[in-house]
Design a protein around this ligand. Structure first.
Ligand code: TNX
Length: 566
């Protein structure tokens, strides 16, 4: 059905004559069917073989449990297959290949280099068996994700009674060799402008895992709300997590909803999310913003600001605000105590410390800030921000962690070990790489999923900008200006979902998908394997997966290219 919707207007008779080409190399002329595997992100190498493997009630999953974490991946696969098929597939320790007829094998092979790195895998499907081999449980997990995408979209059902009775659990014979291009494959979610419950966050993480992304950047603090429980500072959430009203229209619209709004994650919930992500090979990177975007914290603890007696408020509008932390010892003690609890909750090596959009007016006026500058021999307020960030970096480094921050942390001098998230363009990233600091590319031009994805007239309200699916797909994270050595500092890229104009999970999904799938391919697949038309073709069965999962993906590119592309 979908096949026809997609194929007929575009492919016409070509359909009838399309032969059995190599799927990995298939051109836009071929229809997307199960015979033509449609895996996103596109594997490094995939070749179609003869015939199919049929999953049946008695199919055994054999897992090499010499590596304990493999058991988790095997159980993940079993849960997925069981819930869609209604089977209860036996899960057994790996024995040897000859006994594995008719089964699915997950095996570990320590030869990392043979798989193109620790996250690589190979997947062999023949009518007799399925074998996924990898040097790590992460690699096996990615092999499992590919396997699921080789199956009918119904495999994503969590309730098998909803699966059409005539669904055949066939897997086309293929040979896949695959590994990621970048080590950092990120998606961000701002839960501060609007708050999303744990169930939604887990669903979001599931989608990242499906696309082989491995970093979830959780933007937890903002002017408009502080969203993480900190035991030592209860007012951060009793006061800082709540605002009196929310701007509904665009800035300048003057339309507020007049409703108290808020919410936060308890530490127990945070642990739950971190563990859920870990099981899916995703590291959660928490962001605690400083020195700017701090209004909610200042509303809770005004003594951390520079303006004595000011009635700081959790903000009800969007934008950049002058209320920032004062660089006092009291503030550093506060932030260190907050970070102690954050480090306890998040095993991530990286802690994101924000650093963006911190206007310096209050520091210019503040006697205390000026004294710190004099004491430290700093000439500008930008240098004072650098001093601020360096101190925090020292503290985190002392605890075995690394900082990552928005590209403003370059101004006034970069902290020695900092990793830069380049958002205002790629320039910040280029500068950082040239200084020998690591970089994650996330420029507004291609990575902002809060921007309009189609011409405004027909779209729900968004913050602005214009960033189509095709534009995201065209992103190249390594700028031409960099030498090969400098390019080595580009760890990867990330797409950002700022939620000023997303007050429901459905809206988040509408903005994120399928654009995040395009970003997933940018960060996973070899640059030379990327092809827009081919991606668009593979996207069609992917929409069916979104349907099954109940994901509210935007459908501008479903079945046809949108008019604004012509
Ligand atoms: C800039 S990206 C911001 C966010 C906004 C976003 C809206 C960055 C570091 N700061 O605070 O939500 O623009 O597109």
């Amino acid at each position: 059905m979908l096949f026809q919707r997609l194929a007929l207007p575009f492919l016409g008779l070509v359909l009838l004559t399309a032969g059995c080409a190599m799927p990995g190399e298939s051109s836009a002329q071929e229809p997307a069917t199960l015979e033509q595997p449609s895996v996103i992100p596109k594997p490094v190498y995939m070749e179609r073989g003869e015939g199919h493997f049929r999953l049946a009630r008695g199919t055994v999953i054999h897992a090499d449990i010499t590596m304990p974490s493999v058991q988790g991946t095997a159980e993940f696969l079993k849960r997925k297959l069981d819930s869609a098929t209604g089977y209860d597939l036996p899960l057994q320790p790996w024995s040897n290949r000859s006994e594995a007829e008719g089964s699915i094998l997950l095996s570990v092979n320590a030869d990392t280099a043979a798989f193109g790195g620790a996250e690589g895998y190979s997947l062999e499907v023949s009518p007799e068996r399925i074998e996924i081999e990898a040097p790590s449980s992460a690699g096996l997990f990615y092999g499992v994700q590919t396997l699921l995408q080789l199956m009918p979209g119904q495999i994503y059902r969590t309730d098998y009674t909803l699966v059409p009775a005539d669904t055949e659990w066939r897997v086309p014979a293929v040979s896949v060799r695959d590994h990621p291009r970048f080590e950092y494959r990120g998606m961000h979610l701002d839960v501060a402008r609007h708050f999303f419950p744990v169930e939604f966050v887990k669903r979001y993480i599931d989608l990242l895992a499906m696309h082989k992304m491995n970093r979830f950047h959780w933007h937890l603090t903002e002017d408009q709300g502080w969203r993480i429980e900190i035991e030592q500072y209860p007012r951060l959430t009793s006061v800082g997590a709540w605002r009196d009203s929310t701007l509904v229209g665009h800035a300048g619209s003057g339309i507020w909803d007049g409703e108290r709004y808020g919410g936060f994650y308890t530490q127990e919930e945070v642990r739950e999310v971190v563990e859920y992500a870990r099981e899916r090979h995703i590291t959660v990177i928490p962001e605690i913003e400083m020195p700017g975007h701090a209004s909610a914290a200042l509303a809770a603890y005004p003594e951390l600001g520079c303006v004595e007696g000011k009635d700081y408020q959790v903000k009800t509008t969007w934008g950049v605000f002058e209320d920032i932390y004062c660089p006092s010892e009291q503030t550093f003690t506060f932030l260190e105590n907050v970070l102690d609890e954050v480090m306890e909750l998040f095993p991530s090596e990286y802690i994101h410390i924000g650093g963006d959009e911190a206007p310096k007016a209050q520091w210019e006026e503040s006697e205390l800030a000026q004294q710190v500058m004099a004491r430290e021999g700093l000439e500008t307020e930008e240098e004072l921000q650098s001093y601020f960030i360096r101190r925090i970096e020292q503290y985190l480094n002392g605890n075995g962690r690394q900082i990552i921050g928005w590209d403003e942390i370059l101004e006034g001098g970069l902290a020695p070990n900092a990793t830069v998230m380049s958002w205002r363009g790629t320039e910040g990233g280029i500068a950082a790489a040239r200084q020998g600091n690591k970089v994650v590319m996330t420029p507004v031009s291609h990575s902002y999923l809060d921007y309009y994805q189609a011409p405004r007239g027909s779209e729900p309200l968004a913050i602005g900008g214009f960033n189509t699916l095709r534009n995201v797909y065209s992103f190249e994270p390594v700028p031409e200006e960099l030498t090969e050595e400098e390019a080595g500092y580009v760890m990867g890229a990330q797409a950002n979902v700022w939620t000023e104009y997303m007050h429901t999970g459905e809206k988040v999904e509408y903005m994120a998908w399928p654009r995040a799938a395009a970003m997933a391919e940018v960060v996973w697949s070899p640059a030379g394997r990327r092809n827009w038309t081919d991606f668009w073709r593979r996207l069609q069965p992917h929409f069916e997966r979104f349907d099954v999962l109940g994901v509210n993906a935007a459908e501008h590119y479903r079945g046809r290219l949108p008019e604004f592309e012509n």
